[in-house]
Design a protein around this ligand. Structure first.
Ligand code: NAP
Length: 268
């Protein structure tokens, strides 16, 4: 990955930030993005302190113009684009019965449309470099999760979009990876939206007991090197995907029971 140009959306925190370190330490030239300028500048500063070549672009992936400017900046800065990592994402926790529809729109706008815009603007450059597009998805993209309907829908949509794109570019030597971590320690559950659109503010999980963002970043990095198709990162995730194909009715009950046990679960 030395001297490869890598754009990472949502790289001021969690998995995106860990990806920036991993690719950066391996010699890639980075463009990172996020909405919060202060957090993004801090990330850029810390990456540069490790001698990583990086520029940051403040923007919202749900905004087409911001997404276009992000890709343009990569080309202006480095003259090419080798890897696009569509990582920026948000989550939610609320039942469909209770949730404000705007919350569901926000999930789709960020996780799905954010991926679509970045891919659309990056594609001509990725075709030229015969590079990679990575969608950071989730087990929620294979199995609908209760109280995360907007999140699951956005990840299912990402899968459909990227699978279609992968098939379209089959003969063009472009690599498309769907990377699906399990529960990973990050900020995502703190910033998850609740029924009225406000932020949850805390995680119902013990973040210290789940996979680290660094481990996820290393797995994704290897996946890009080996041009893998899909990666499901945990045995719980693999089992969920497999059982959901074979015994979907049983999985409804198992998934309900799992999420009903979460701290302050809205499932009744
Ligand atoms: N953590 C998990 O358990 C887990 C599991 C499976 C998949 N994932 C996926 O991993 C990806 C990264 O999540 P994470 O867990 O690392 O979460 P995180 O720590 O909350 O980081 C999310 C990043 O995305 C950025 N972001 C959010 N909305 C954005 C927008 N509209 N435009 C631009 N940037 C935006 C955030 O910065 P700003 O807020 O400043 O914009 C932040 O840098 C997501 O796609 C998520 O679905 C996470």
């Amino acid at each position: 990955m030395k001297d490869k140009v890598v754009v990472i959306t949502g790289a001021s925190s969690g998995i995106g930030l860990a990806l920036a370190y991993k690719f950066g330490i391996e010699g890639s030239k980075l463009v990172i993005s996020g909405r919060n300028m202060e957090n993004l500048m801090q990330a850029e500063y810390n990456l540069k302190a490790k001698n990583i070549q990086v520029v940051s672009v403040v923007g919202d992936v749900a905004n087409q113009v911001d997404s276009s400017l992000l890709i343009q900046r990569a080309i202006k800065e480095y003259g090419k684009l080798d890897v696009l990592i569509c990582n920026a994402g948000i989550s939610m926790r609320a039942l469909v019965a209770d949730v404000d529809v705007d919350v569901l729109h926000k999930l789709m706008d960020t996780n799905f449309w954010g991926t679509v815009y970045a891919c659309k603007f990056a594609l001509p450059h990725i075709l030229k470099s015969q590079g990679s597009i990575v969608g950071v998805s989730s087990i929620a993209g294979f199995r609908g999760l209760p109280a995360r309907a907007g999140y699951s829908a956005s990840k299912f949509a990402m899968h459909g979009f990227l699978e279609s794109l992968r098939t379209e570019v089959l003969k063009k030597n472009v690599h498309i990876l769907l990377a699906c971590p399990g529960f990973t320690a990050s900020n995502i559950r703190n910033t998850a939206l609740v029924a009225n659109g406000s932020i949850q503010g805390e995680s119902p999980l013990e973040e210290t007991k789940i996979m680290t963002a660094d481990t996820v970043a290393t797995i994704i990095y290897e996946g890009v090197l080996k041009r893998k198709r899909d990666i499901i990162m945990t045995s719980q995730g693999k089992l969920t995907v497999w059982m959901n194909k074979l015994l979907p009715g049983l999985m409804d009950k198992m998934v309900f029971n799992h999420f009903a046990k979460e701290k302050d679960s809205p499932l009744r």
